[in-house]
Write a protein that binds this ligand. Structure first.
Ligand SMILES: [Zn+2]
Length: 314
């Protein structure tokens, strides 16, 4: 007696000869039904797999100060005319897996966290004036540079003053765990002296994903990212880079990079800028105007805010 088997060529089913025509027909229909079920099951799995692609494509670990500018530039809906001498940003098509607009309790997430590293500096006062004009809040990851009065202003005007290390010297801070915490303590003491406030929010120079630290100490970011949290700090990376740490010195490019990132992330956008760069500070007024016209609010980070953590690479 022969049994069911499926021919590789045409997938017809051979049935035992002794079966009645009705039974043969029944078994043939059953076989076809099973085949269709497997086919649609496979398609369903494929569709679900494609939907499961996470934000990773967008939450890119954009290395901080060293990234080529083209890697962080996004598609711009409304191109801004720029001088011909300016390098044109690459307009990369959005990936098909771009997540749909995200909702929080039925509302689109419309929070933008502007963050400014490496200050205070020569352009911080101007930046604070702009933020005040639009009643926008921001977060400053400060160092030991600049005037105390600027940190005082940041704090008094309702912004978050957070820590970015005192020296911002990679060779020094990433020489050892102890060296990092010694440098962090120094800037923490500065902020405490000026504001009376114990800062608990930090950002690593280069971000937690930096690889430059491996030049000085293998594995130090893996250890520090855990140890800072053990010590009660919350560390923040970013999910939108303005590109101002790359090759651009163009306010237009900074503006476009930031507004192109707005509204893309379910937990809001944590934007990386530097208030020691005039062209970056010069872009802020237009960034805020665009955001407020489109329903975004600019808030400061808090220790429980979305941290936009990168993957650790050292
Ligand atoms: Zn920095």
């Amino acid at each position: 007696m022969s049994y069911f088997r499926i021919r590789s060529a045409d997938s017809n089913i051979d049935l035992p000869d002794h079966l009645s025509p009705d039974k043969r027909r029944h078994r043939q229909i059953t076989g076809v039904f099973l085949g269709l079920t497997l086919l649609f099951g496979g398609l369903l799995v494929a569709v679900m797999a494609s939907m499961l692609v996470p934000y990773d494509a967008e939450t890119v670990s954009v290395p901080h100060e060293f990234v080529a500018e083209t890697k962080v530039e996004k598609v711009v809906e409304k191109p801004i005319p720029i001088a011909e001498t300016e390098p044109q940003p690459q307009t990369t098509p959005q990936p098909a897996s771009q997540p749909a607009p995200v909702t929080h309790g039925g509302n689109l997430s419309k929070v933008v966290y502007l963050t400014f590293d490496d200050g205070p500096g020569a352009y911080t006062a101007k930046l604070l004036d702009v933020l005040k004009k639009y009643n926008a809040k921001a977060t400053f990851f400060v160092t030991c540079a600049g005037d105390d009065s600027l940190i005082k202003r940041e704090y008094d005007e309702g912004h978050a003053v957070a820590l970015h290390t005192c020296s911002h010297n990679y060779a020094k801070i990433y020489a050892s765990d102890a060296a990092y915490f010694s440098d962090l303590d120094a800037v923490k003491a500065r902020v405490k002296r000026i504001t009376g406030y114990d800062a608990t929010m930090i950002r690593f120079p280069g971000g937690s994903s930096n690889t430059v630290s491996a030049n000085y100490n293998r594995g130090i970011m893996t250890r520090l990212t855990k140890e800072v949290q053990n010590r009660g700090y919350a560390y923040f990376d970013w999910n939108v880079s303005s590109g101002d740490a790359g090759n651009t010195t163009s306010s237009d490019v900074v503006y476009r990079n930031v507004v192109a990132g707005m509204g893309k992330f379910s937990n809001g956008e944590v934007v990386l800028q530097h208030d020691i760069k005039s062209f970056s500070v010069d872009a802020v007024e237009r960034i805020i105007q665009y955001g407020q016209e489109h329903g975004f609010v600019f808030e400061k980070l808090t220790p429980t805010s979305y941290t936009a953590h990168h993957g650790v690479n050292n």
